[in-house]
Every structure is written in C-alpha cells, then in structure tokens.
Write a protein that binds this ligand. Structure first.
Ligand code: URP
Ligand code: ZN
Ligand code: ZN
Length: 459
C-alpha cells in the first residue's frame, strides 16, 4: 500500500519536470514518468498542480515568554497552521532568558512540542549567557541533535548577550561545527533612541521604526561580521529587513566571512506605512527589526532572486491585538514584538514573488525549503524530492484564488496582518513522511504525528 502522486509538475531548487512519485511508508521510493498504481494504493491526481518538497520554516516562535506575556500559539495550533500553509518542518527558536539553565530550557521547549506537533520540528538553541556551566550544557544539547545556536544582540539583560559572551559563543560554536543564528540590532543605540522618543512624547506604534532605524540593524550585522571574522564561526543573520544590513553581510562574505542571510515574509511584503495609522492599529505590525520604508523591498527581492539571501522564514510570533498588543497603547516600547505569518509564508511568496515575476519557482523552493535543509543539517532527508528523502510533499494548486482572513486562519491569534489580501494558489494536499495531513486545503492530520528531528553538526 503506497501513496502515489500522479501527473504533477515537480519543482525542486534546481529542476522542474513532469513525473509521478511513489511513497512507500515514510520515504520517496520511486520517481518516474509513469508509475502504475495498485488497487490498494492511495492516489492523488496532481494534473495541473505543482509538487513541491515540504517547506521548512527555519525561524518561528511558538512557546515564547517575551515582553511580559506569552506568544499565543501552542504546537497544536502552530503546526496545523504551518501545514495548511505548506510548511512541513518548523525550526523553533528555543529562547531561555539569561537566568535560565540551557538544559532545563531545552527540555521545556521540547516538552511543549513532543506529542502535540502535527509537523516535524527541531530547534535553534538560544544562548543568552555564556560561561563554563552553560558551555557544558550546550555541548550536551548539541549531542542531543541541536547543531545550531541563536543569539540576540538586541534585548540586553533578557535574551541579549554582551561582547565577551558573543566572542566566546562564536569561538565555541566554531569548535563544535555549529552554525550561529543571530538577531542583529545594536541594543545600546535602540535604548537611547527609545528614551529620546518617549521623552518627546512620541509614543505611538509608528515611532517603533524610528527607535530601530536601518543603520542600527546594519551596525548589528557589521558587529556580528567582525566577531565571525575573528573567530571563524559560521553565522546566519535572521530577519534581515533592509538594504544596508544585506550590504553589510554581503561585504563581509566577500572578504571571506562565512555568513548566510535570512529575510522574513513580513519584510518582503509589508512596509512601515502599515504602522502609521493614527489609531492603535499600527501595533499589529510592530516587530523587530521593524517594517521598513517600501524602498528597501526591491533590494530584498533582488538579493533573493540572485540567491544572495538564502532563506525566507517568517519569524512567526503571534500576540493578540486585544489585551497583548494593547499593553503598549501608551508606550510603543511595551508592544509585544511579532507578526503572525507561519500560515501565510508560502502563499505570499508565491503570490507576491512568483506571480509578479520577482522570483522563479525554483528560487521559491530553494529559499523556503532547500537552503534551510542544507544550512541546518536536514538535507537530503528534507528540502528536496529525491529517492530516499522523507515523503514531505506539497501539492499546490496554482489556479486557486482566495482571501486571507483572521476568521478562517488556523493560527491562534485574533488578527491577520494580511487581512483581506488576495492570494493566488494554495497548498491543496500536504504530506508529512508519507501521511496526508492536509486534504482539499483542510487539516485532516493528527496532532503528535510530528517528529523531533535530530541533526548533526555540518559547519
Ligand atoms: O519582533 C520579533 N521579531 N519578535 C520575535 C522575537 C525576535 O526578535 O525574533
Ligand atoms: Zn529577532
Ligand atoms: Zn525571531
């Protein structure tokens, strides 16, 4: 009894071709022009559809104690939303505060996912303090299958690390062959700018961007590049939002720094004007780094087209507009940072990227699946369609036309940053390790089907 996907247009990061796919159990067993079906096979007719490898979101927050509250999703709702949106693997940021022990935090984050997630998952391990105790615990966490760290140059005193810890973390990561993902913003500059703005009565959501301008992010990237150059560490800049930050990473890459660049769907398709409404609605769009002036978007799309930007993630971080975003009504610095989008990434990348001709289908697959698999030790199990790979597959209907709305979304949050947006195409069938989790664009899977993915250091 096999799962057969027939007549599809298979799209990988480097190829596009018509073929049938047979999945035996959890893996892809055959790819051929014409595969006959047996009576007991499950057959999906993909005529006129694209067949993509399962998409990977390498930057999400699900369990997130942050800014005096908690992100809204749990693994049941987040993985359902991910799957309906075509994402079959999540890489969550495990984000302990400075006072938590790494091993305890890692166990806690895993406990939130194990048995509940409907899609596969793994973590980047947050390093919010570096000393001898944390080093030995981090070594243990790497041995448990987590060869990637996450550091914050922002949020000092909570998630953020100082320069001594930055140097030591990168040196340690280099020794272990671990890649370090980093939130790059100069926290001291942010704190000074926030204080200045508040002191002059500029307290509304629209001032969030002024408190973290592009130059502050570019300085953060440049800072990381300097330390990566000194230590030889492999680093990955998360949620890169502006031309200056891309240039800082690119110029370091030219001088030999091992750096990869991520952008996120909100920065590609939303801009600062969303935060400018005179009422408090702008709070829905507060994230860090902030949404930028629209002029940055062509640079991001262009860097994506030329694969200078490796990945498109979401930085999914859902906080309700009522109650949670409300915490910052009189002070934008108190608005929990984050935009929910794990459900929308692939549809928006297709609609705003492929349909407009900014990127081609292969680049979309590369950025939303293959590169994350390669960088984070999941390839070729994930991130492609080839014999022996996990049967994580997305049958995508390019003819579908629909509208995004909070009313119909799976994400457990009371608004959509893309309310009323029209999308072209959507995942119709989504398969995780041979099991159909989404049929007719509706979640039909099981919470708990998702597996924790053990990875090996590759850097
Ligand atoms: O605004 C954001 N990005 N919220 C989540 C935490 C982070 O900085 O990634
Ligand atoms: Zn961040
Ligand atoms: Zn994040």
């Amino acid at each position: 009894m096999a799962l057969l996907i027939k007549n599809g247009n298979i799209i990988t990061a480097s190829e596009s071709y018509h073929a049938d796919i047979r999945c035996d159990g959890e893996t892809i067993a055959q790819i051929a022009a014409e595969i006959p079906s047996n009576a007991d096979d499950t057959v999906i007719d993909a005529t006129g559809k694209y067949v993509f490898p399962g998409f990977i979101d390498p930057h999400v927050h699900i369990y997130l104690p942050f800014m005096g509250t908690f992100a809204k999703d749990d693994y049941a709702s987040a993985s359902r939303a991910a799957l309906v949106g075509g994402t079959t693997t999540l890489i969550e940021m495990c984000c302990p505060s400075r006072t938590e022990e790494p091993l305890e935090a890692f166990d806690l984050w895993r406990h939130k996912a194990d048995g509940l997630s409907a899609c596969d998952y793994t973590f980047h391990m947050g390093v919010s303090r570096f000393d001898e105790t944390t080093a030995s615990q981090l070594r243990e966490i790497v041995d448990q299958g987590i060869p990637s760290f996450k550091i914050f140059l922002a949020y000092q005193g909570f998630f953020g690390i100082n320069d001594t810890e930055l140097f030591q973390t990168l040196k340690f990561a280099k020794e272990l062959g671990v890649i370090v993902t980093a939130h790059c913003e100069n926290e001291t500059a942010v704190a000074q700018l926030q204080a200045q703005l508040l002191a002059t009565g500029q307290r509304a959501p629209r001032y969030h961007e002024a408190s973290r301008p592009a130059v502050v992010e570019a300085e953060g990237v440049h800072h990381l590049m300097t330390f990566a150059e000194l230590t030889g560490a492999h680093v990955y800049c998360v949620h890169t939002s502006c031309e200056e930050a891309v240039r800082a990473a690119e110029s370091a890459r030219r001088r030999g720094v091992n750096v990869w660049i991520e952008t996120v769907i909100p920065h590609l398709v939303l801009d600062h004007s969303s935060t400018e409404s005179t009422d408090f609605e702008g709070a829905k769009y507060v994230m860090s780094p902030p949404l930028r002036d629209k002029k940055h978007q062509p640079a991001l799309w262009n860097a994506l087209r030329h694969r200078v930007i490796s990945t498109v993630a979401t930085d999914h971080a859902p906080f309700d507009y009522a109650v949670q975003k409300e915490m910052g009504r009189d002070d934008f610095t108190q608005i929990p940072n984050g935009i929910p989008s794990v459900e929308d990434r692939v549809n928006l990348l297709y609609t705003c990227g492929v349909q407009t001709g900014r990127i081609d289908l292969n680049t979309m697959v590369d950025a939303a699946s293959t590169q994350a698999a390669r960088l984070f030790g999941l390839f070729p199990r994930k991130g492609t369609i080839q014999l022996g790979s996990d049967a994580d597959l997305v049958v995508f209907d390019p003819e579908y036309r629909g509208t995004i709305s909070a009313e119909t979304q799976e994400m457990n949050v009371d608004y959509s940053a893309f309310e009323g947006w029209e999308v072209s195409g959507r995942p119709e069938t989504v398969v995780v390790r041979g099991q159909i989790q989404v049929r007719d664009a509706t979640f039909v899977g099981q919470a708990g089907h998702g597996q924790f993915l053990r990875r090996q250091p590759t850097h």
